[in-house]
Design a protein around this ligand. Sequence first.
Ligand code: ADP
Ligand code: MG
Length: 296
Amino acid sequence: STMPPLLSAIANAGRRGVLVKSAVVMERLGQIDTVALDKTGTLTEGTPHVTDLRPLPGSGLDEDALLALAASAEHPSEHPLARAVVAAARERALPLTGAEDFTSVPGQGVTATVDGNTITVGAPARLLGTGADARPQRDVVAELEEAGRTAVVVLRDREPVGVLGIADRLRPDAAATVAALTRLTGRTPVLLTGDNERAARHLAAQVGITDVRAGLLPQDKVAAVREWEAQGHKVLVVGDGVNDAPALAAAHSGIAMGRAGSDLALETADAVVVRDELATIPSIVRLSRTARRLVV
Ligand code: ADP
Ligand code: MG
């Protein structure tokens, strides 16, 4: 065809299921030399399932009551972990209570008023104390995380009442994609995640990633990207969540996973993987490099 190379690369990317938003973006993708991958929803499928329900002794809650409480608070959230909690409650046909005053903190969790109580669901590292009184909860969390699960703590009026274990499947093309990106850039991708270190390392080992930055808030992901770019690297960030949006914006190039992706991530990213195959990402970088050679 007589289409300019970058436009025909965009059309080609579209056929592979990747929406590249502009010719400038198409051109920049071929320049990247460092890749930062998010974990939940990016390396994993993003449809996690609740595997463990652990009401704490003294909470007065059984498994169903704990799950109903957490699901009521999580209901307004679009986070993959929130969807898992709500889906688990639906499977057990538990009645949910309307949540009021819902707030969510990206990378940390949610808080809402349920039946007059303040319910918080989120990251143990940010919600559990370090004192001896929090020891029983921390032991449950550690046990679940050793098993590769994401542990989420439920608080009622600031008191821990239970822990949920949530597991997500690795994408079938995750390891092959990491290997292809390593060949393309000469550098193994880095894992940037808000999840805990144990679950992150467990998953990284399965895809051949050794550089793992865990427990990150959205601004920490941005700081990591800025640090590499200050060293002269051109970074590609791949993510799906609201928590990834600032890093997607800060990076040389940002790609969002479309199916599980939050609206904010899709709007902020330079390109969107619509067909939900991670393996299209190295192929789009290759397309860009070819088009750039034809342009110059
Ligand atoms: P990732 O960077 O791996 O995509 P996030 O930054 O979205 O993960 O979340 C980091 C951690 O924050 C989660 O592992 C969880 O502990 C907590 N978290 C975030 N949002 C929620 C939520 N809606 N419900 C429960 N926990 C949450
Ligand atoms: Mg994510």
